[in-house]
Design a protein around this ligand. Structure first.
Ligand code: FEO
Length: 405
């Protein structure tokens, strides 16, 4: 029944949309949903590349059967084992028991570990080629883009790269599946949010993969999430290059926690100081209101980060502490930092913020502002000065070498 879209010669899109799930990995909100992309190549042999979340398994099977039109499925190629892509392996095996599962040694051990499937497997090595007939598929191991087993599959004749999570983004595919057939505006921020939260920790691995993939001269990227990139291949690769080198644009993110508005007023004042000194892109996040995935998205994008927190039980405000941990985990590099805080009877927040920036090895504004109780004239001016100092530092682009990580 299903007419799967042919995206290149004999290559069909058989992925699905998920508009039901509230949070990806049970953490990251999905206001635009998410797609789980899978592809099928019909040649002398047939091959399915990746599967989908088991929640969509029935629909997925219907799409596969529509495409095979009674033929058998010869190969299932697994680029990535996270269950949003591997979840339907066991189900497909039930329909196609003779199908050979193709993966590297780490993949195949995970197939057994997660799903108890241990027969009809083909272990491939880096750069090995599998022929389906006209289509020759070459495998490229790209560990830690996102998991240790991740690899990419390159169709040498069609110059199509099946990239797994890499170059993916949140957002369902509403009608069309190829970028040139749709308005892609809504996907750019979702790509940054996806990168920052899913792949963000693995900048060095992404750089290594980019270096390895560049000579392939691919003309189409088929990721496991979001649009198929054909018209915007170079833009998408550039974005991954930028984010994985922790390169940034001119702009400042201010994140604050505030219970009764005193620290918030300091944030507003610091923002004024930035604006007075020529910074046009200033994004203020109330840490208790903005989703952390969106805050991280902006931190990955912009060069400056200023954090404000009240002292809470002789510690940082817990929501701010939680955000700092998320930044630390991702090992974000090359940022300009400023901080401020407030306290009622004993100060601890600003001290902790200053130790955070030392851990991160970022450049820090000389001044930090620490106010006892309500904001007063001298610290009002100090907040403006903090904005000024960060503005001056942010205006100087940071020299980040190619493939620096
Ligand atoms: Fe889309 Fe790492 O899974």
């Amino acid at each position: 029944m299903f007419q799967n879209q042919e995206i290149a010669k004999d290559i069909f899109y058989v992925g699905v949309n998920d508009r039901q799930k509230h949070k990806f990995e049970n953490m990251l909100p999905l206001p635009l949903g998410v797609s789980y992309n899978a592809y099928m190549i019909i040649d002398e042999k047939t091959a399915l590349i990746d599967t989908v979340d088991i929640a969509m398994g029935d629909l997925f099977i219907d799409k596969i059967q529509s495409q095979l039109k009674g033929r058998k499925l010869d190969y299932l190629i697994i680029n990535h084992m996270e269950p949003d892509h591997s979840g339907s392996i066991k189900l497909i095996r039930k329909y196609y028991p003779e199908m050979i599962i193709v993966g590297n040694s780490k993949t195949l051990s995970m197939v057994e570990g997660f799903y108890g499937v241990d027969n009809n497997m083909l272990e491939i090595k880096d750069e090995e080629v599998l022929s389906l007939g006209k289509h020759k598929l070459q495998f490229h191991l790209t560990p830690m883009v996102h998991w240790p087993e991740t690899m990419m599959t390159f169709d040498q004749g069609e110059k199509v790269l099946f990239s797994g999570d890499a170059f993916g983004c949140f957002g369902t595919l509403d009608g069309a599946v190829v970028d040139s057939d749709m308005n892609i505006d809504r996907y750019w921020d979702e790509m940054t949010r996806y990168y920052a939260n899913i792949v963000g920790k693995y900048g060095a691995a992404v750089q290594k993969a980019l270096k390895k993939l560049t000579p392939l001269d691919f003309e189409m990227i088929c990721s496991t999430h979001g649009p198929i990139w054909k018209e915007y291949v170079s833009e998408v690769v550039d974005k991954y290059d930028q984010y994985s080198r922790y390169d940034s644009e001119e702009g400042v993110v201010i994140v604050y926690g505030s219970m009764y508005g005193f620290t918030e007023l300091m944030a507003e004042t610091v923002a004024q100081g930035l604006a007075q000194n020529g910074i046009k892109t200033i994004i203020i996040h109330n840490v208790s209101k903005s989703d952390p995935s969106v805050i991280l998205q902006d931190i990955f994008k912009y060069r400056g980060l200023i954090v404000g927190s009240p002292t809470y039980s002789n510690e940082l405000y817990p929501e701010v502490e939680s955000l700092l941990r998320k930044i630390e985990i991702r090992g974000v590099k090359h940022r300009i930092f400023g901080c401020f805080g407030s306290f009622t009877w004993a100060s601890a927040a600003v001290k902790r913020l200053n130790s955070f920036v030392e851990t991160m090895k970022w450049t820090k504004a000389e001044i930090s502002v620490d106010e006892k109780q309500g904001l007063k004239e001298d610290n009002y001016k100090a907040c403006l000065e903090l904005g000024r100092q960060v503005a001056e530092l942010v205006k100087i682009p940071i020299e980040i070498p190619q493939h620096c990580v």
